[in-house]
Ligand binder design. Structure first.
Ligand SMILES: [Zn+2]
Length: 257
C-alpha cells in the first residue's frame, strides 16, 4: 500500500517536473519576449573578502552580460531588442546542494531534485517580476582557493550554479563564465575537448570559415578560448573577445537548424 503511494507520488512529481521543464524551455527559447534572469550571489567560503565583495556588488556589474547577449542576438537577426534582462537579487545565506564528481546515478538524480527544490525556495519569496532563470553565483576568496569547483548550467531546471572569484580584477572573466552557464540554460552544449580543453572544430570556433583559419579573433562562448593555432589557445579577457558561434546559435534557437 505505502509502496504504491510512494511510487505514485514520485511518478506524479516527475511528470510535473517534466511538464514544467518542457513549458519553461519552450518559453525561454522562443525569443519573442525578454527572458528574465536573476543573479543570486552567495558567499561561498564565508570569508570577509567575499562578504566585502558582495556588499559592493551592483546591478550594473551584470549589465555587460545582457549587452553581450543582445549584441550577439542581433548578429543572428533576432529582432528582440533585449533578449535577456539580468537582475541582481539579494544574497542567499545557504549554498545550493553540491554534487560529488564521482557520484552514482541515483545520488545524481536525488541531487538534481534537491537543486530544483533549492531554486523553488529561492524564488518563492519574490512576488513581482520573478525571474524565469536563476543563476546562483558563488563567490570565492581567491586567497583561500586557487581552483574553483565546476560550474554548471541546466536547461531542464532553468538554473545555473556558477563558481567565480570575489575579486574586482576578475569581473570581466567572471562575466564570461556566467554568460557561458547562462547559455547552457538555453540549451547550448559545451564545445571544447574533454581531454585538453581545446575548442572543437568547427563547432567551438566563432568564425569556423575564416581564411586563414588561424589565428582566430574570438573565443566561442561555449568553447571558452581563442584558438591561435591548432595547438594553442588563449583565454579571452572579457566578453568583447567572445562570440556566440553558429552551432551554439542553432542550439538556442537563434537560427534555423
Ligand atoms: Zn559548460
Amino acid at each position: 500500500m505505502w509502496r504504491t503511494i510512494r511510487i505514485s507520488l514520485l511518478l506524479l512529481t516527475l511528470l510535473a517536473v517534466a511538464f514544467g521543464a518542457w513549458f519553461d524551455q519552450h518559453h525561454t527559447t522562443r525569443w519573442e519576449h525578454t527572458v528574465w534572469v536573476g543573479v543570486f550571489p552567495i558567499n561561498a567560503d564565508g570569508s570577509p573578502a567575499a562578504a566585502r565583495y558582495l556588499d559592493e556588488l551592483r546591478a550594473q556589474d551584470f549589465a555587460p552580460i545582457g549587452a553581450f547577449i543582445a549584441r550577439e542576438a542581433q548578429r543572428y537577426g533576432v529582432s528582440l531588442g533585449e533578449p535577456v534582462n539580468v537582475r541582481l537579487y539579494a544574497p542567499l545565506r545557504t549554498a545550493p546542494p553540491l554534487l560529488h564528481p564521482r557520484a552514482a546515478a541515483l545520488t545524481r538524480m536525488f541531487w538534481s531534485l534537491q537543486l530544483r527544490h533549492y531554486r523553488w525556495q529561492a524564488l518563492r519569496g519574490i512576488r513581482r517580476s520573478r525571474p524565469q532563470i536563476a543563476l546562483f553565483v558563488l563567490y570565492h576568496d581567491p586567497a583561500r582557493s586557487a581552483v574553483l569547483p565546476h560550474s554548471l548550467g541546466l536547461q531542464r531546471g532553468l538554473m545555473g550554479v556558477v563558481h567565480v572569484f570575489a575579486a574586482r580584477p576578475q569581473d570581466d572573466q567572471n562575466a564570461v563564465v556566467i554568460a557561458h552557464e547562462l547559455l547552457h540554460t538555453f540549451g547550448a552544449t559545451d564545445k571544447y575537448s574533454a581531454d585538453d580543453d581545446a575548442p572543437l572544430f568547427p563547432t567551438g570556433y566563432a568564425e569556423p570559415d575564416r581564411q586563414p583559419r588561424y589565428p582566430q579573433r574570438y573565443a566561442e562562448l561555449m568553447a571558452g578560448r581563442i584558438p591561435l593555432s591548432p595547438t594553442t589557445q588563449l583565454m579571452p579577457d572579457d566578453l568583447g573577445q567572445v562570440r556566440i558561434g553558429p552551432a551554439s546559435a542553432r542550439e538556442i534557437g537563434w537560427s534555423a537548424r
